[in-house]
Write a protein of this length. Structure first.
Length: 722
């Protein structure tokens, strides 16, 4: 017979303890199913994968706008959170935070005592528990959720030190509405960074997490916010964080709240930047990735531009001008300093939220400098003379094209300098005819105009504004002139950082336009700029003291108005600024015909450019080495006699090698002349003619002008604006 070993067989053990094992197994199963199954990891609390707001700043780090989907949240390190915020939060929420573990049993018993004997609801949760509840769990009030909260709180305290738990709490706790974390709360309620909060503001915010809707200063009972702040101050004083005098002083301090709504500065620009960011990084990253975006915008310049546009449009409303827009850029770097997309973003009557700086509009005569620059490239000069007379150009697809001038007159022989300065239309069309539409489009594209299609879509009216452009493209093109022929793409974003501070992109401002793309010969750019800055070259149409003239400053400038009065432009530049202004109506209805090239956009342009140059005078554009000056005949642009006789003269700039070689006296010839009109005979005319000595000039299109004949009599034409 075998001696018993003393060990209970397994089947006997199960039979003996089944009443204990089954309940234990059942409880374990229930705990797993209801508590531990799908339990989130406390490591997620430190993860920056939680939704964070993207913040857009101007170049001086002034906040313009906060982008978020449903949760406005920006992480800041504990070192950037004032000690007053930290101490106030601990004093009112968890005074023994640094002395207890995950659970404060004394706090629980204290809250139970208050509930039982004083009939007041008081929470006993620690900051760690609140962090876990808000960061990992739901806010439902169930036993299961509370158990999960306690388990995760112990795990959290094992993983993280107290300071990091406090940092995570202050960055994730809700402060009301969409504001999560102290940074978003500070900006929402006080319009400032958390690091700039004073004691009074810190204690107001520290009191909100307990019941954000109840204690909100923007709620139906704002006095509750003040009472809660006083409670926080008292708690801080009782716990030795502040003195009685500090408590009383903070209690008396007025609290200056920000506007209730999420403010947005420079709205058209901000939303333009947001679209650019979404195209590059995706919508989710922009709305939840916590990007920090530093832009090129200068808010004081932006606000100055907004005020100018608004004030001037108010003056011209009687002329059915309801809207205006402006862009200010720095040509050397392409940075956008100001973008006013309409006179009022929030005005629904004019569709103010439409950003006109991005819209397709016809530029009128403001496109002419590109056409004349193309002419200079082809070897023509600022002295090249055109015959400004009634002219019709064949049109293969319809009636002949017969352009007319703004003033309803024809001006005979006009050199390029004065044709461009006074914005005469017929010489501009002739310039395009000899250049070719395709050539002008190619040059415009290289200078930054992205909206022109193939040449077969346009006719000769392209030089008068027959093709649509955007204000940003025009700013780029005129910036090319300002840069001496170098195109700089516009740059609205200076730097983008991710939520961890890693630099995703950074724009280093160019110290010189040589960093851009050379698209124009320097001499061509210089001559166009010199013409546009020449107040004397525009005297005929604009007079000596128009809005285009800024005394003591070298500022090339050009106007443009479409012949249907739908678009009115003024664009001017120095080496430091390009100012582009448009006025009109968003619904594309015509303005009153009293709104001309110098009565709509020009006053805004003059105000903006004058203000900019008060602190930074225009130093002019350096004259290139290949630019020479020559004395020429002031009518034909040809050479006078070596002794200076034979014609009135003036000086003109030329690109070396393009100076005139022909003397005006060489134009003398025998011409069949109509005896009645004393003008050269017309093609096919055979009677009433006599052969006379005349000086006959032919312009680049082959049209002739008799210099020695009496001035021809022509009838006035309809008005078309410059």
């Amino acid at each position: 017979m075998k001696k018993a070993s003393g060990k209970i067989p397994e089947h006997e053990f199960v039979l003996k303890y089944w009443k204990i094992l089954i309940p234990v197994a059942l409880i374990a199963g229930l705990l797993y199913f209801f508590v531990f199954r799908d339990l989130p990891s406390p490591t997620k609390l430190a993860s920056r994968s939680l939704p964070q707001s993207t913040q857009i700043y101007d170049r001086n780090d002034t906040l313009l706008y906060t982008i978020y989907s449903s949760r406005n949240q920006t992480f800041v390190p504990l070192s950037d959170i004032p000690l007053n915020v930290q101490k106030a939060t601990i004093a009112i929420e968890d005074k023994d935070f640094y002395r207890h573990g995950a659970i404060d049993f004394r706090g629980i018993f204290r809250s139970l005592y208050v509930i039982v004997f004083h009939k007041e609801i008081q929470g006993g949760s620690t900051l760690t528990q609140q962090l876990v509840k808000n960061g990992l769990l739901t806010s439902e009030r169930t036993v299961v959720r509370k158990v999960r909260e306690i388990v995760l709180s112990f795990a959290t305290e094992l993983i993280y030190p107290k300071n990091q738990i406090l940092e995570m709490y202050l960055n994730q706790i809700p402060y009301g509405g969409t504001a999560y974390g102290i940074e978003a709360a500070s900006e929402t309620y006080f319009g400032k960074h958390a690091k700039d909060l004073d004691l009074a503001e810190s204690t107001l915010l520290a009191g909100l997490p307990e019941a954000p809707s109840v204690f909100s200063p923007f709620g139906s009972h704002p006095e509750s916010a003040k009472n809660r702040q006083l409670d926080v101050l008292n708690a801080m004083q009782q716990q030795g964080y502040i003195s009685k005098a500090q408590e009383e002083q903070a209690a008396k301090e007025p609290l200056n709240y920000a506007k209730v709504s999420n403010t947005i500065k420079a709205p058209h620009f901000v939303l333009y930047v947001k679209d650019l960011l979404i195209k590059k990084y995706g919508e989710q990253t922009v709305e939840q990735g916590g990007l920090r975006v530093k832009t090129s915008l200068d808010l004081p310049t932006q606000e100055m531009a907004e005020a100018s546009v608004s004030a001037e449009i108010a003056k011209v409303v009687p002329y059915h001008v309801t809207n205006g827009a402006a862009v200010i850029t720095t040509p050397g770097s392409g940075e956008i300093l100001a973008m006013v997309g309409s006179r009022n973003y929030f005005d629904t009557d004019i569709d103010g939220n439409v950003n006109v700086t991005l819209a397709l509009r016809q530029p009128g005569s403001s496109i002419k400098p590109i056409n004349y620059a193309d002419g200079l490239i082809h070897g023509y000069t600022a002295a090249t003379a055109f015959i400004d007379e009634p002219t019709c150009f064949p049109n293969p697809t319809g009636a002949p094209y017969c352009p007319v001038n703004y003033d309803g007159k024809f001006h005979g022989i006009v050199q390029m300098r004065y044709a461009l300065g006074n914005s005469f239309n017929i010489p501009a069309v002739k310039m395009l005819k000899v250049n070719g539409v395709d050539s002008m489009i190619q040059l415009a594209h290289s200078m930054g105009i992205t909206t022109f299609g193939s040449a077969d879509r346009y006719g000769l009216s392209l030089t008068l504004g027959g093709g649509e452009v955007t204000m940003l493209d025009m700013a780029t093109a005129y910036g090319t002139f300002a840069n001496g022929g170098y195109k700089m793409d516009l740059q609205p974003i200076l730097e983008v950082q991710d939520a961890k501070g890693n630099i995703l992109e950074k724009h280093e401002p160019a110290s010189s336009p040589i960093f851009g793309q050379k698209v124009l010969p320097e001499g061509v750019s210089y001559i166009i700029s010199d013409i546009l800055a020449d107040n004397g070259a525009r005297l005929t149409e604009f007079g000596p003291a128009s809005e285009l003239y800024i005394p003591g400053q070298y500022v090339p400038v050009k106007t443009g108005t479409t012949n249907d009065f739908r678009d009115n432009w003024t664009i001017g530049y120095t080496t430091d600024y390009v100012v582009t202004v448009w006025v009109g109506n968003n619904d594309n209805t015509p303005m009153s015909n009293i709104a001309s090239g110098i009565t709509g956009a020009a006053p805004i342009w003059h105000d903006l450019m004058s203000t900019l140059l008060k602190t930074k005078s225009s130093k002019g554009i350096n004259r290139p080495a290949n630019i020479v000056s020559r004395k020429i005949c002031s009518t034909t642009g040809l050479l006078p006699q070596p002794d200076g006789s034979g014609c009135p003269t003036r000086f003109e700039y030329f690109i070396s090698g393009t100076e005139p070689k022909q003397f005006e006296t060489s134009l003398a010839q025998k011409v069949w002349t109509d005896k009645s009109t004393q003008q050269p005979g017309k093609p096919g005319q055979t009677d009433n003619l006599e052969l006379k000595d005349q000086s006959l000039y032919k312009d680049p299109t082959g049209d002739s002008y008799c210099l020695t004949c009496p001035a021809p009599s022509v009838s006035p034409s309809p008005s078309v604006l410059p």
